[in-house]
Design a protein around this ligand. Sequence first.
Ligand SMILES: [Zn+2]
Length: 233
Amino acid sequence: MHITLYIKCPACLSDNIKKNGFKSYGKQNYKCKDCKRQFIGDHALTYQGCHSQKDSKIRYLMVRGSGIKDIACVERISKGKVLATLKKCHYPITPKQRQYDCLEIDELWTFVGKKTNKQWLIYAYHRDTGEIVAYVWGKRDLNTVKKLKAKLKALGVSCARIASDTWDSFVTGFKGFTQVIGKFFTVGIEGNNCTIRHRVRRAFRRSCNFSKKLENHFKAFDLAFFYINHGYV
Ligand SMILES: [Zn+2]
């Protein structure tokens, strides 16, 4: 019986590989001729957390509504590995357009650690393309709305109309813009709130899942927004 193994460098994905002796514990060692990285083939790994495809799979499961413990259990890796992968994530979103016809804005309630430690997400959404254009975190007040307005300006985004519900912070915060106000105009973003609550485990309603650390909380949402904007989920 012949078994053919295709081995790629886990760092640069090159297949310009050579054998490079054995590890002290007996496993074949390989070396990438391009980037000089030394590694053991995925097929010979004992611990699945070192698998070259594992990080992308963890990220994908995370934006598919899986919790940290679920991923660790199903993938047979440690919780530390899952959290370390989340911590390593750096996925800032950038607006795909400069000029939007209409941006819907709304707020979403989340919490960290305990329910009294509220973290409000206030964000702008473009219904036609399903894009999350910009978002900020903070209290549910005028200051946070102003932060979103400043962020849109800093990103160089302009829009013909702003649609929001009747919350007065939105009305005063976006004074100077052409505004359309009422739940009728924010159907798109309300639907997207539902998507977010289905995608990010720590945003599930009536569940026992929540973030313990603010940093991880933000990272999990950054990741989900990036994946949503680029059509991965
Ligand atoms: Zn390499």
